[in-house]
Design a protein around this ligand. Structure first.
Ligand SMILES: NC(=O)c1ccc[n+]([C@@H]2O[C@H](COP(=O)([O-])OP(=O)(O)OC[C@H]3O[C@@H](n4cnc5c(N)ncnc54)[C@H](O)[C@@H]3O)[C@@H](O)[C@H]2O)c1
Length: 257
């Protein structure tokens, strides 16, 4: 998709990757970007800096996603691109059920709500695009977090399904699978074995995502090693599990030092 003149919605846009992407979209000539986030004050300040439209939104609330889309269309025009990017930090394996439900709602249901609201409108107008931020944890694993691993895998599966369903109707779908990006989310998150693959800035990650949007690629890896790891996993899952087991033990050892 050529984003010039297009209207976009970006969730999780108060900071991190969502803010960087909103900025990149406007710099590339997007007509307008509706920026959504739970953190209303930070969102207003971020949107003010770049000329985005701040729309405080809880993406786990389906009615709020519809209201976000309505507001974006009323203020900016028909939405061509919906980026579901909001996310929450990985937490350790012994998380309680409330946290599992919250991660499921933010990482999976929010993507479903966006597709349900936006894709039919886009298709009726001749086309559009959904971009869902998952994670490399969605094709590989986050060795420190069961819930992040499981919900991001679900996000990738959902994006695949949406692509097959909506692609023929003119709505293309992309899924973004970053390794480590320096954002508020990762500030206090221990290394899960990805630091060795390079830590990108949010602006660098946004530039790669913009290129993936321009090329209409389904799978957008911000860090090239993610694709190579994915191929290795598919080629020999048992060997891959052994490798991840060793990595987790090594990280535990480092944490105990
Ligand atoms: N930073 C990384 O290393 C990394 C790696 C892989 C994937 N990701 C994914 O990238 C996306 C962006 O993360 P980031 O690193 O920029 O983190 P971030 O914490 O800077 O941004 C995430 C934003 O989502 C918002 N948010 C959380 N719950 C919300 C809700 N219910 N409704 C609306 N907004 C909500 C937060 O307020 C926050 O501003 C997330 O989906 C994350 O899982 C990040």
């Amino acid at each position: 998709m050529d984003v010039k003149g297009k209207v976009a919605v970006v969730t999780g846009a108060a900071g991190g990757i969502g803010f960087a992407l909103s900025k990149a979209l406007l710099a590339a000539g997007a007509k307008g970007v509706a920026m959504a986030d739970l953190q209303a004050d930070m969102l207003a300040a971020s949107a003010g800096k770049i000329g985005g439209l701040a729309v405080p939104t809880d993406v786990t609330d389906e009615a709020a996603i519809v209201a976000l889309l309505d507001k974006a269309e009323a203020e900016l025009g028909p939405v061509d691109l919906f980026v579901s990017n909001a996310g929450i930090s990985p937490k350790p394996v012994r998380d309680d059920n409330a946290h599992w439900h919250q991660q499921w709602n933010v990482h999976v249901m929010a993507h479903m709500y966006a597709a349900r609201a936006a894709a039919p409108r886009m298709a009726a107008r001749g086309g559009g695009k959904l971009v869902n931020t998952a994670s490399a944890a969605g094709i590989l694993m986050q060795v420190n977090s069961a819930v992040y691993t499981a919900t991001k895998h679900a996000a990738v599966g959902l994006a695949e399904w949406l692509s097959v369903e909506w692609g023929p109707k003119g709505v293309s779908v992309a899924v973004v699978c970053p390794l480590r990006v320096a954002t508020p989310m990762t500030e206090n998150t221990p290394d899960s074995g990805t630091v060795r693959d390079g830590v990108m800035s949010a602006d660098e990650a946004a530039a790669v995502i913009m290129a993936g949007i321009a090329d209409d690629r389904f799978m957008i890896f911000t860090h090239p090693p993610a694709g190579a790891y994915w191929a290795k996993k598919a080629a020999d899952p048992d060997r891959w599990i052994e490798g991840m087991t060793r990595l987790k033990q090594k990280l535990r050892g480092a944490a105990a030092d």
